[in-house]
Design a protein around this ligand. Sequence first.
Ligand SMILES: Nc1ncnc2c1ncn2[C@@H]1O[C@H](COP(=O)(O)OP(=O)(O)OP(=O)(O)O)[C@@H](O)[C@H]1O
Ligand SMILES: [Mg+2]
Length: 397
Amino acid sequence: MGRTIIFTGKGGVGKTTCAAATALQCAKIGKKTLVMSSDPVQALSDCLDVELGVREPKEISKNLFGLQIELEKEIDEHYGVVRNFLTRLFQSRGIEEAVASEMVALPGLDELFSILKISEFIGRFEIIVLDTAPTGHTFRLLSFPQVFSMFGKYLLRIQRGIMRIFEPLRERTEQVVRTPIPDELFFAQMEGLMERVNQMRDLLIESTMTTVRIVTNLEKMPILESERALTFMNLYGLTVDGLCVNKVIPETINDPYFKKWKETQQEYIQRLETTFYPLKIFKIYLKEEEVIGLKLLEQVASDMYGKKGDPSEIYSHDKPFTIDTDIDGNVIMKINLPFAKKGETKIRKRGEELVIEIGEYKRILLLPKIAQNMKIGGARFEGKKLIITFIRKNKNP
Ligand SMILES: Nc1ncnc2c1ncn2[C@@H]1O[C@H](COP(=O)(O)OP(=O)(O)OP(=O)(O)O)[C@@H](O)[C@H]1O
Ligand SMILES: [Mg+2]
């Protein structure tokens, strides 16, 4: 299975630059590499200073291929019917078309289709580097699988349920010319979508060859964003194997104008080195100009990996999630969550599932068989980990 590296982070921090530099160095050390982006502004093409392929990856330099994903086309193809149906449904309830089409733009859909492009090309390249768009929805659809598989399981029941929901509307919809009723194509596409989310899950979580690198700058908001990103990724079980700290002012700059900037940056770096420990930190210096073209990208790559380093190395084997049994037969679940706060963390068991809520994030996970009939004995933060203990039901905590 091919190696995949995904770059994520707040808008403008340098995701595209890091992705392009990483891909370039992979190609330079002789690995057949594909770099792709779904960002409609074509920043990847601008930064590499070449045209990318649209339907097929295009060779940019030796071993390096580039692809611009046409998201609109992908979405039309795989979500068009569902989208049209829902838009018509909203419209029939008197919602304006423009508003309705906004409402049916599922957040995270763009990312779903760009991530799925990986599976399309994974067999053809040794390494795939994915640059994500700054929408902030990256991986959000990961919280859907449970909903989607339920949908699959109870498709018929839900279908009937939907019809029931339609009943009180029927009179109203009869008044308009077209009455949207979900047809076979709608359900087929819904099912397809569900399958794709599961496929995305396999690619991101089950595969040990996929890792995420978070990009940040040494400023308050991007740092907070990267802390949130790590919480989300660890909660969902994605492997983060690096924090790319971009636009670091070089030591050699001694202009007094930058004195305060340099001091603050130093403080932030020191803090990140402790809070993100043991995560690998890649430091990238602020260049004299915008990073455009292969020459400057090579400098960025060299900051990140050294001149001959292999960017496809997996820099962290720290599992975000572990489940073990202790000598008393209790099940111990440990999750790396360095930035989660006790006050915003809620844990409860719901049948065979465990629901973990951390601030705005919520994961519902199916417990391993052995823990399904147990109860939560306790949960605590220890160092950077959240530790949840499951004990037998007849035992006191
Ligand atoms: N180390 C650096 N030194 C100088 N300029 C940089 C550096 N890193 C990135 N830049 C410049 O900063 C700008 C933003 O970088 P980039 O496009 O890679 O960010 P991004 O996170 O992909 O942005 P977006 O969220 O819009 O996709 C670009 O003009 C890029 O050339
Ligand atoms: Mg970008």
